[in-house]
Design a protein around this ligand. Sequence first.
Ligand code: PLP
Length: 370
Amino acid sequence: MPLVPPYIESLRPYEAGRTIESVRSEFNLDHIAKLASNENPLGASPKAIEAMQRTFDSLNLYPNGGLDLRRVLASQFDLKVDNVIAGSGSEGIMSNIIRAFLCDEDEVLTTDAAFIGFQVLARSRGVRYRTVPYGDWHYDLPALAAAINQNTKIIYLANPNNPTGTIFTKAQFDDFYRHVPERVLIILDEAYFEYAKDNPRYPDSMHYRYDNVITLRTFSKVYGLAGARIGYGFAHEELIRNLLKVKLPFEPSSPAQAAGIAALQDKEFLHRSLELNARGLRYLTEELRDLGCTVVPSEANFLMTVLPTEADAAALFEGLLSQGVVVRPLKAFGLPNCIRISTGTGEDNRLCIEAWRKCHAANVGASHRS
Ligand SMILES: Cc1ncc(COP(=O)(O)O)c(C=O)c1O
């Protein structure tokens, strides 16, 4: 018997986007536009930072497992505390779901090139991981429904989806749900919920509460708290009760929990973040299309471009990087000819387009024109 199981040995670890420091030192540049990890370019809510600082006096004490945040969320969404879980980012909760519900013979079903964090977690459990292709860069929900078999235990859907930025609509989800047996758990990952929620076709999962659906949300994106690691989930109390059994007892940390509670109340910061993102998405989409790029319409805080070839995507990534613009190549997701760009400040978005223009002028990333 090997020490390391084959499904761990063959796993590719999660590769985060390049850090500002590593790019700055490699290319000796003053300013780096980091548009690689769907973070909030405005920083964090000042109210969240203050609340976090207020917890520093009691860092010697263990946290209460997210109970304060669970209570606040329960009251805000008119639920019982028993329907809410808080964790170290939504990925922390995802990892608990994988541990709590998957047995060896179970299968996980999702789309090709699903959010990489989920791919790594699900594959690390060593169960069968099955996918269906996208339809025009959207989840193909009818194909997913048709792919359900006796062993399917978890279906993972991100809405909006990372990395495509697309959504499925309420009507599409309702139709899909009718085909999902009750024994199958649907993870509805709504990490980018706030960006899409005003679209009338977007299915806010709080409007229907099914016993086999767990909704995951995060403070990492629009609330600007990715570094604090704080996320939450809503589900039937039976699911939450079992998740609480496997969750690390003291996650989330008390500073993270305090930051999350304060961030929920900072409507001004939320509004500013959404406005900046909407402007950035419009600008980047229009400019990139003017440059002749294929841009997938996005409902999140990033957009995906489809390059002619894998070599184009790699060359463009390097070309932008050397000019201090860090975007995300999507080879590790399973889309080697695609690049994802997060929206940044107005200034960083402009830098990105300028750098892209220079690449194009030099025929970098545009093999079809050379
Ligand atoms: C679809 C999706 N889910 C979850 C996450 C991770 O969120 P968290 O920081 O709460 O773990 C991300 C982050 O990029 C994401 O894109």
